[in-house]
Design a binder for this molecule. Structure first.
Ligand code: ADP
Length: 456
């Protein structure tokens, strides 16, 4: 039994059926009891009315009149005197005798009483009413009602109950079928959708037409499909870019190596080709290193080791590290940092972020350009600004520069050793610190990158 709808249906049915059977049982018992009580009290009332008539004139004429009346009705009467001797009976006396002997001597209240109410087993229900004149008891009126009539009454009642029971069972089954289908149908659709997703088909559409948990689940599955589709597309593009990026240097290396192997080249040419091979190998090396960094970030396999950093001394160390490169390109580098700026960051990652940004600023600036690095604290935030007056980034390219392999000018940046991965790495590292990075740039004016970290 696999199907959820069947399981749900059976469960609902057992609950509904159990509850309604219990309710029907108590209702039936209540109705039967009240009907029997009604019969008993009307029998007793009838006996009492006969006894009060007889109390007024306890003579043969009245007696035979009362007996005659009862012989014509569905009830029966037996009248006895005070000693229990039968004075009159509306039917054969032997039918009633066993009820008379038991009660003739007992103390009977004025309003009479029921002396047999076992309608299920006995042939009669019986009441007794004393015939009393002032304080003297003259005799007794016994009233009998055949229990067949009660049985047929209960029989009718049972038939109604059975009919109602069947109708409610059929209605319950119909409602349950619709209800369990209503619940399981969206679940089945979602199961099919996840199956489709697991096979790599992300074009699933699930109707989200309810606000409940099922609706939320459908929405989540739909979102998952969209996200997976995006990731798949991104991964394919990424793989295509990687193979393209790797192919270019390898083509150069292979081409020049072939020339060197096959042809007789001059010493000067040999040096030139070899230096190209070395350059391309370095480029390849750099590319693989960056890809490895990104893969580590993607896998979340890098751990951040945050330490409290005093920014001024940290920036001075970076300045010393890059001093030589700046001098080589005749770039003026100005650092200004507020004293006693403390915040928590991973020093190795912060170093990588700043070096990447400064390296870009240097790469994309002309010889003799000016480069600034400012840092200050404001409202519990640490701002680090890197500004250059280099070639700038065209406005149309600005939104994409943090994308992997995105380069503004492919051929030129390649000659500068660019891979298009630097800023992608920077952004991942910045986000890993829950920090932000902003960029402003104007072509031929310069570029500004601003980092905003949470202060201590
Ligand atoms: P690359 O390795 O090519 O430098 P990045 O991801 O570091 O890759 O940068 C992406 C692109 O953004 C670069 O190709 C370059 O065109 C542009 N860029 C980045 N920094 C600067 C800058 N300071 N000045 C001008 N252009 C920049």
């Amino acid at each position: 039994m696999k199907k959820l709808s069947v399981k749900l249906g059976i469960m609902f049915f057992i609950i509904f059926f159990g509850l309604s059977t219990l309710m029907f049982f108590f209702l039936h018992e209540g109705i039967v009891e009240s009907r029997v009580n009604e019969e008993l009290s009307s029998l007793l009332a009838r006996g009492n009315s006969h006894s009060s008539v007889l109390a007024k004139s306890f003579d043969n004429e009245t007696l035979s009149h009362v007996v005659l009346m009862e012989s014509e009705s569905k009830t029966d009467i037996v009248v006895t005197n005070k000693q229990g001797n039968v004075l009159g009976s509306s039917d054969q006396l032997q039918l009633f005798e066993k009820y008379l002997s038991e009660h003739s001597n007992s103390n009977i209240p004025k309003e009479g009483k029921v002396i047999e109410d076992n309608w299920e087993k006995e042939p009669y229900i019986v009441t007794i009413s004393p015939i009393s004149n002032k304080d003297e008891t003259l005799g007794f009126v016994y009233m009998f009602q055949n229990t067949k009539s009660i049985h047929s009454l209960i029989q009718q009642l049972n038939e109604h109950f059975i009919l109602t029971g069947w109708i409610s069972v059929i209605l319950t089954i119909i409602i349950i079928i619709f209800l369990s289908r209503g619940i399981t149908k969206p679940l089945i659709k979602m199961k099919e959708a996840t199956h489709q997703i697991s096979k790599g088909d992300f074009t699933v559409t699930l109707p989200v037409n309810s606000n409940d948990e099922l609706g939320e689940l459908a929405h989540s599955i739909q979102k998952l499909a969209i996200d997976l589709n995006y990731l798949k597309k991104e991964r394919n593009e990424f793989l295509a870019s990687i193979s393209h990026e790797l192919r270019t240097p390898i083509t150069y290396i292979k081409g020049y190596a072939d020339i060197l192997r096959k042809r007789n080249v001059t010493e000067e040419e040999r040096k030139k080709y070899l230096s190209t091979i070395v350059d391309e190998t370095n480029h390849l090396n750099e590319l693989i290193k960056k890809l490895f960094d990104l893969a580590k970030i993607d896998k979340n396999s890098f751990a951040i080791h945050k330490e409290t950093i005093e920014l001024n001394s940290f920036l001075q160390r970076i300045e010393q590290k890059l001093e030589h490169a700046f001098k080589e390109r005749n770039i003026k580098f100005y650092v200004s940092c507020q004293n006693n700026l403390f915040f928590k960051a991973d020093p190795l990652m912060l170093d990588q972020i700043l070096v990447n940004l400064l390296d870009n600023a240097m790469k994309y600036s002309h010889v003799g350009a000016e480069l600034e690095l400012n840092a200050w604290g404001e409202k519990n935030k640490i701002h680090i600004l890197i500004r250059d007056n280099g070639k700038g980034i065209p406005e149309k390219d600005l939104p994409y520069i943090f994308n992997r392999f995105y380069r503004v000018d492919k051929s030129r940046t390649r000659s500068l050793g660019g891979s298009g991965l630097g800023l992608a790495i920077v952004r991942e590292l910045v986000h890993a610190h829950h920090a932000d990075i902003f960029v402003k740039s104007k072509e031929n004016v310069g570029t500004e990158f601003e980092l905003v970290f949470q202060g201590e």
